[in-house]
Design a protein around this ligand. Structure first.
Ligand code: C5P
Length: 219
């Protein structure tokens, strides 16, 4: 069983995907975390964010992996937990540049397909329904207004001790959406056969219920 959840930044994809995966006993994979980890590898190795061959080379010595601990997906680079480091404003501001690099995408998509081939999975990202798993059993496209997404991210940051003002977050979200929607390879868009759900005025529970209904109907 493969469930693809795509949508713009901070639409609530990972929050609900994690809950639904736990409820249904599926594996959850946050593909955004993979591109964030690639961006962190670039930073740690003092590489420009558009240095495709440099980043690819660095990825050979910096192995990205995941572990699910206490319902949370932790991200590692060479066994060091970088789950916090991949969510700083600097990484967030530059991840769209790294994720636009064709060879980096190729490498990540290969890993994503391998994991999906071995498990019942809920995968969230930007191109899961269109490119990574075009034959997924269920495809969902989550959207929400920029204002509501910025507010969610602001509260999430506050909880994690990251200070960033709301206006900057709104700008970051709009910029990132634009870049993700306008890149040449696998741009963010709704797959034709995806269910679109607008979460602007929905609580997490409501989104979980709605998506669970859709998934069960298509099982
Ligand atoms: O989901 P998250 O906001 O953490 O994703 C970070 C970035 O990773 C996105 O803005 C996008 O540039 C990239 N991404 C992607 N394809 C995916 C998932 C994320 O290009 N499947």
């Amino acid at each position: 069983m493969q469930v693809a959840i795509d949508g713009p930044a901070s639409a609530g994809k990972s929050t609900v995907a994690k809950i639904i995966a736990k409820n249904m006993g599926y594996i959850y994979l946050d593909t955004g975390a993979m591109y964030r980890a690639c961006t962190l590898v670039a930073k740690q190795n003092h590489l420009a964010y558009d240095d495709q061959s440099g980043i690819l080379k660095a990825l050979n010595n910096n192995i990205i992996s995941f572990k699910n601990i206490n319902d949370d997906q932790r991200v590692y680079i060479n066994d060091k937990d970088v789950s916090f480091d991949i969510r700083t404003p600097e990484i967030t501001a530059n991840v769209s540049q790294v994720s636009a690099l064709s060879e980096i995408r190729k490498k990540m998509v290969e890993i994503q397909r391998k994991i999906a081939g071995e498990n019942n999975i809920i995968m969230d990202g930007r191109d899961i329904g269109t490119t990574v798993l075009p034959n997924a059993d269920v495809k969902i496209f989550l959207i929400a207004s920029v204002a509501s997404r910025a507010k969610r991210r602001y509260l999430d940051f506050k909880e994690k001790g990251i200070n960033q003002n709301l206006t900057d977050i709104e700008k970051d979200i709009a910029d990132r959406d634009y870049k993700d929607m306008h890149r040449q390879i696998s741009p963010l868009r709704k797959a034709e056969d995806a269910y679109q759900v607008d979460t602007t005025d929905m609580s997490i529970d409501q989104v979980v219920n709605k998506l669970t209904q859709i998934i069960k109907k298509n099982k």
